[in-house]
Unconditional design. Structure first.
Length: 347
């Protein structure tokens, strides 16, 4: 019997995140109140992971990420979920050192063999990263879910945050956007096999470039693009950095063939959720194409880097040397604070 994992969950991948407004309500009054001098990055900001000072020049990076299936293949689901969780450590400038697995499985609905395949997929990605899955936790639950809790290390001086961008910084994105659109097509059973393969391999690719870029002080801020879409995560960067951004829509990389699905309005429901959270903070989203893509919830997306103008050439060389030559075109820049967080330029 062939199982379609995406049919067992209403949301898929990072698109199943709780809406930004609801998350803010949940966290309201529940932020860390006590003072912990060693906690360099905690839940008082919207960063990708927590960071703890080890007082030896190094810092511990800790994160957890899990979600429901975004593809129907169990092995690939495990690969994608693992790469997505590891990305948080890379986005902070760190190197993962080990992970623990989080598995929720409807044991009365789906074969245990599929859960084994999920784990095998995750192990394959962790092997690529050179780390073990050292332990974990499992529960019997109505919807399948999987992810990792990851610990990493970095030199304290190399830690990067999403709220440290500077006016004039040039913006780069290291993967195409559109995973939410293609995931919706997969869920509806209309996705082309070549498009499924392309988006799967992108989601499974590791964001190790973050660890490399972080070693350069001219790289001012890094974040990964996930469920709140390119606009949502860029706004986290601008708000935290007290700047605005100009975004060149034509320069934003997208998956080949995605217009086929956009023309059918095959977009996730959470595209509208994302827009509702930021609509008043953005100007220039004047057509359906930019609306669909810039608000598309990403899973295991690329890194957004804010780089000093005098480091642009070096950054582009670094990208090219690490297999990312296709992403050496800037997608925008950080500018002086305006009435809007992001100005989207369509032409």
């Amino acid at each position: 019997m062939e199982y379609t994992l995406t049919s067992y969950a209403p949301g898929s991948g990072c698109g199943c995140k709780i809406a930004p407004a609801i998350l803010s309500e949940i966290l309201s009054g529940n932020r860390t109140m006590l003072s912990f001098p060693s906690l360099l990055v905690g839940n008082t900001s919207n960063d990708d992971a927590a960071v703890w000072d080890l007082h030896n020049g190094q810092a511990l990076i800790s994160t957890v990420d899990f979600f429901t299936p975004i593809v129907n293949n169990a092995y690939d689901f495990g690969r994608i979920a693992a790469a997505n969780a590891l990305s948080d450590v890379y986005a902070m400038g760190g190197k993962p050192v080990f992970a623990n697995a989080l598995l929720g499985w409807p044991v009365d609905e789906l074969p245990v063999e599929l859960a084994q395949q999920v784990m095998q997929g995750a192990i394959s990605i962790c092997n690529l990263a050179g780390i073990p899955i050292a332990g974990g936790h499992t529960i019997n639950i109505k919807e399948p879910l999987f992810g990792l809790a990851v610990n990493g290390l970095a030199l304290r001086k190399d830690i990067k945050q999403n709220n440290t961008g500077k006016e004039g910084d040039v913006l780069y994105l290291t993967k195409p956007i559109g995973t939410g659109v293609i995931a919706t097509a997969i869920k509806r059973g209309v996705a082309d096999a070549a498009h499924i393969q392309a988006v799967t391999e992108s989601m499974c690719s590791l964001n190790t470039i973050g660890m490399l870029a972080a070693q350069h002080e001219q790289v001012h801020a890094i974040t990964d693009i996930t469920g709140y879409a390119l606009l949502g995560h860029l706004i986290e960067m601008t708000e935290g950095s007290n700047v605005s951004a100009e975004l060149d829509f034509a320069a934003v990389p997208v998956f080949h063939g995605i217009d086929i699905y956009l023309q059918q309005n095959l977009i996730p429901d959470n595209t509208y959720r994302n827009w509702n959270a930021i609509e008043k903070k953005v100007t220039g989203v004047a057509d359906m194409h930019s609306f669909q893509l810039l608000n598309d919830p990403q899973t295991s997306g690329g890194l957004l880097l804010a780089v000093a103008p005098d480091f642009v050439g070096a950054l582009e060389n670094l990208l090219s040397q690490n297999g990312l030559a296709a992403f050496t075109r800037p997608i925008g820049r950080l500018i002086k604070k305006t009435n809007f967080e992001v100005n989207v330029v369509l032409a």
